[in-house]
Ligand binder design. Structure first.
Ligand SMILES: [Fe+2]
Ligand SMILES: [Fe+2]
Length: 166
């Protein structure tokens, strides 16, 4: 299997986009199916964001200063996704906001993945080359082993948000 960092991240993206389509294909009343699909989305995004945040983004920022603005914007997009993921992880699928929140998460992550794949990953490949991308990929595989599968303390965040909103 390839350890090329960008190939690995694009494989993750494929699995994430597939789960998004599963969600969109599930019927309006398929509460149980949608709940399982969102569990899967939460896990896929938690792991993927972790390895990008821990390995890919800091290394790109350090090695390709021209891409600093793209990396900083991407961190912010991860942050927005993290908030939604954390809320969804603590939310029952019967909640009236569940589908709306998932739909907003899907829209925002699709946009983010599109920017990574078309706007700045190609620049990273040009700047770093094959050997460095393979080293990066190996570090990302190690990060994947220790990555959390779920956001930490979703219940605590939900309580905070409920307290703020009420
Ligand atoms: Fe990302
Ligand atoms: Fe990504």
């Amino acid at each position: 299997m390839s350890t090329d960092a960008i190939v690995m991240l694009k494989n993750d993206h494929k699995a994430i986009l597939r789960a998004f389509r599963d969600f969109e294909k599930a019927g309006d009343r398929a509460v149980k199916a949608k709940s399982q699909i969102v569990d899967n989305i939460v896990e896929l995004l938690t792991v993927h964001t972790y390895i990008e945040n821990e390995v890919m983004y800091p290394r790109v920022r350090q090695l390709v200063p021209d891409l600093e603005d793209d990396v900083l914007e991407s961190y912010e997009e991860h942050h927005v996704a993290d908030v939604l993921v954390m809320e969804l992880a603590g939310m029952d699928a019967t909640d009236e906001r569940f589908t709306a929140k998932t739909t907003v998460l899907i829209e925002s992550v699709r946009h983010h993945i599109g920017e990574e794949e078309t706007e700045w990953f190609p620049e990273v490949r040009k700047a770093l080359g094959r050997k460095v991308l393979q080293d990066l990929g190996r570090d990302m595989e190690a990060a994947r082993e220790r990555a959390p599968r779920r956001p930490s303390q979703p219940g605590a965040l939900k309580k905070t948000i409920d307290a703020v909103l009420s």
